[in-house]
Design a protein around this ligand. Structure first.
Ligand code: SAH
Ligand code: SF4
Ligand code: F3S
Length: 443
């Protein structure tokens, strides 16, 4: 095969969606005979799968691509490919090639499946291969995937987003929302479970609107169907949009024997004025009602969130509404972000952009608050034994790690044979959000 004895290295930025896309790119490379390299230095093909959700994600990718200039000068045969959300932006492929002329291949999110062709073109004809589609194509089902996240497996259920939150670039670089067929999703889940995967994570920018473009399909129904599959596995999903979270879904989750007791429900802000400017289509009261609904059916459900500070015109009062709702809900974890201006989005043109120093001070206060909630919440774990899916080894902590049904990460001493097994861990120490414990049993 054309890449026999060659090695590849993929660098991924951004979200789970991108990480899973990289598994598909790895599938293509493996199909052509290549094997994973230990690092960039001993790779023959380097792929940058980029993200553009915030300015720092783009800067990081550009910095890392730029750093390859020297290596490429020494090794003319090295192939450098750049893809992902960043390249899908208007005019970006051209500007990247101009800035980094040593890039060999560029493609976008809409033509991920063309990677093989572009690679062959570059190798056969020794020509640069740049191709980015303006419009999303049909969903392509035949690609090979080289999974790297055992015992977890990601499964796409929908692509793209129709929500157009005013700050967000995703709808522009991932296209309109398209649902995969229920049959294809179930067939993939079934084969993953048969292959020994223990955790399935269903992926979509807004999983709650799954099936709106299909007949008689919904996310609640999909949860029921996946939960009916035989096997000992856990079911997770992300991300949810509060406006589309229905009672039917919450009921389906509460009845499911597979669904984990955790949900990621991005709130973004606690002020109605800011939520409206963001085009989120819910109020703080609507959000609190959804929390109540979740806790009515699944009282101990862990709720995590995404929060942004420094959206245009955000006042100290708006920000205190965010702090207040964070206290009220008691999130089990929060990803916090400083608003970053994205070119082509409505918020880019809004008056009242917030100075970086103000946003920084707000995010620090928010992080402090959430950390103290995490610390307090962790205390209830002390002395308890929890069921953990052992996911792998942490080089830094020199311990094995895994999560409980609530998504809480625990570290403990174990051995390689336990990766992919459900184990009981007695929690002996709690830090901020992570737990330390001792292995007391294997299921
Ligand atoms: N579709 C998902 C995830 C989108 S990106 C969802 O709607 O929840 C993940 C998070 O990045 C968002 O929830 C938001 O908090 C943050 N984000 C998106 N655009 C951003 C921007 N321009 N600046 C800062 N944070 C942003
Ligand atoms: Fe972006 Fe909003 Fe879509 Fe999430 S729901 S991807 S934040 S536009
Ligand atoms: Fe994900 Fe970043 Fe694209 S968050 S969808 S990789 S812009």
């Amino acid at each position: 095969m054309i890449l026999d004895n060659k090695k590849y290295y993929i660098i991924t930025y951004g979200c789970q969606m991108n990480l899973h896309d990289s598994e598909k790119l790895a599938g293509t490379l493996e199909e052509l005979g290549a094997k994973p390299a230990e690092s960039e230095k001993d790779a023959d093909v380097i792929v940058f799968n980029t993200c553009c959700i915030r300015d720092n994600a783009e800067k990081k990718a550009e910095g890392n691509i730029g750093a390859l200039k020297g290596i490429k000068r020494k090794n003319k045969d090295l192939i450098i490919a750049v893809c992902g959300c960043m390249t899908q932006q208007k005019g970006r492929a051209e500007s990247l090639v101009k800035k980094f002329p040593f890039i060999d291949i560029v493609f976008g999110t809409h033509n991920l499946h063309e990677f093989k062709e572009l690679l062959l073109k570059r190798i056969d004809k020794r020509k640069k291969a740049v191709s980015v589609y303006d419009k999303e194509g049909d969903i392509i089902e035949d690609g090979r995937t080289h999974r790297t996240s055992y015992p977890n497996a990601w499964v796409n259920i929908s692509y793209g987003c129709n929500n157009f939150c005013t700050y967000c670039i995703v709808p522009y670089v991932r296209g309109r929302e398209r649902s995969r067929s229920e049959e294809d999703i179930l067939a993939e889940c079934k084969s993953l479970i048969e292959a020994g995967y223990k955790e399935i994570t269903l992926l979509g920018q807004n999983v709650n609107s799954y099936g709106k473009d299909l007949e008689n399909r919904s996310f609640a129904r999909l949860i029921e169907k996946v939960s009916e599959l035989d096997g000992d596995f856990r079911l997770r999903f992300m991300t949810n949009h509060p406006k589309d979270l229905t009672e039917d879904l919450v009921v389906a989750l509460s009845k499911s024997k597979k669904a984990c007791k955790s949900i990621h429900l991005p709130i973004q802000a606690g002020s109605d004025r800011i939520l409206s400017l963001m085009n989120r289509k819910y109020t703080r009261e609507d959000y609190l009602n959804k929390i109540e609904l979740l806790r009515k059916y699944i009282p101990d459900i862990a709720i995590t969130t995404d929060i942004m500070v420094g959206f245009p015109t955000e006042t100290e009062e708006d920000f205190s509404d965010t702090m207040d709702i964070v206290k009220k809900v008691g999130f089990s974890g929060a990803f916090t972000f400083i608003y970053s201006k994205r070119s082509g989005t409505p918020a880019e043109k809004m008056e009242g952009q917030i100075p970086a120093s103000v946003s920084k001070s707000r995010i620090m206060r928010l992080i402090d608050l959430q950390n103290s909630i995490n610390r307090e919440d962790s205390k209830r774990y002390l002395g308890k034994t929890v069921e953990i899916l052992c996911e792998g080894y942490d080089e830094k902590k020199k311990k094995y790690l895994g999560r409980d049904t609530y998504g809480r990460m625990a570290y403990f001493k174990a051995d390689e044979s336990l990766v992919g097994r459900f184990v009981n861990v007695k929690i002996t120490e709690t830090g901020g959000i992570s737990l330390l414990g001792e292995l007391v049993g294997v299921k």
